[in-house]
Design a protein around this ligand. Structure first.
Ligand SMILES: Cc1ncc(COP(=O)(O)O)c(C=O)c1O
Length: 289
């Protein structure tokens, strides 16, 4: 049985309920985070907290907790779920919405109490750059039709959901998205990296992409601990089509190799050597960044 946290209480997930007048439900008016943990240790906690705080501030919602208070809340949630099989890790989903108001008005109500909800879910164990254990992805491509504020980790994810379903309809597990200039933005639930001639590239961050914590940690690790060059800049469709390797990154996937795009193999159609180096680096330093 999964134990959830809702507005100060720890309770079985099935018993957690909110009002249908919650603005998270009515408008998608809220911010969320997904924080991975292994053996009770968080990955990138400070970065997740900073992104959450920045996201809340960008929608004029005061953060309901300090970093210490949030860490305590999540540690208690991990402990409450300690009876679960945690041979892998635990993902921590956290959502803060503006709260419940008696009327449905687009305009923010003056003073309402935010709703805070969290629950845990299983994530796979780290694979330590082992090619045989990698979860590889076949993806398709599409035009990015989401809104112009994808840097905000908003719970309004219908655009991402519809893009994911576009991929699923074509038998893919993820979809790479390109903007109106045919430049790579990200994927529906991940950031994207490519490798060409030994050099690593990832789209620079702006309003069309979420600043992924895994992406940012990986860029920092590669720059500090490897001799590989990492460029943050424009990645065109031609760059993607001619890449030797393509990776997806997210808190639950870490660094996952893409082996097929729109039916064409990427490189040799299996995880490449630069991916193996990058994931090995991530395994070594995931708790230090
Ligand atoms: C649209 C999108 N981009 C990128 C990411 C990766 O972010 P992170 O590494 O913080 O999980 C996610 C993760 O959910 C996402 O939904």
């Amino acid at each position: 049985m999964t134990i959830a946290y809702l507005n100060g209480d720890y309770l079985p997930l099935e018993q957690a309920s909110i009002s249908p007048m919650d603005r998270g439900f009515l408008f998608g008016d809220g911010i969320y985070e997904v924080i991975p943990s292994y053996g009770g240790r968080f990955v990138g906690f400070d970065r997740h907290f900073d992104r959450l705080t920045a996201g809340l501030s960008s929608i004029s919602l005061k953060s309901p907790f300090s970093a210490v208070a949030l860490k305590n809340l999540l540690e208690e949630l991990i402990n409450a779920n300690a009876t679960l099989d945690t041979s892998g890790g635990l993902g921590l989903y956290l959502q803060v919405t503006r709260g419940t108001s008696p009327k449905r008005n687009h305009q923010f109500p003056n003073s309402i109490t935010p709703t805070v909800f969290a629950f845990t879910f299983d994530i796979p164990p780290p694979i330590a750059g082992n090619v045989d254990k990698a979860h590889t992805f076949s993806v398709v491509t599409g035009r990015d039709l989401r809104w112009q504020r994808c840097n905000i980790k908003s719970v309004s994810l219908l655009g991402n959901v519809l893009h994911m379903m576009e991929g699923v309809a074509e038998g893919a597990e993820e979809i790479l998205l390109f903007n109106e200039r045919d430049e790579l933005t990200e994927a529906s639930t991940s950031n994207v990296f490519i490798v060409r001639d030994g050099s690593i590239r990832t789209p620079n961050l702006d309003h069309q992409k979420l600043g992924g914590i895994t992406r940012n940690m990986l860029v920092d690790m590669l720059r500090k601990h490897s001799t590989l060059s990492v460029i943050e800049g424009t990645v065109s469709r031609a760059d993607v089509s001619s890449a030797d390797e393509v990776w997806l990154t997210s808190s639950t996937k870490e660094i996952s190799p893409v082996v097929q795009i729109d039916g064409e193999l990427v490189g040799a159609g299996r995880p490449g050597p630069v991916w193996s180096e990058a994931q090995t680096l991530f395994d070594r330093y995931r708790f230090d960044y």
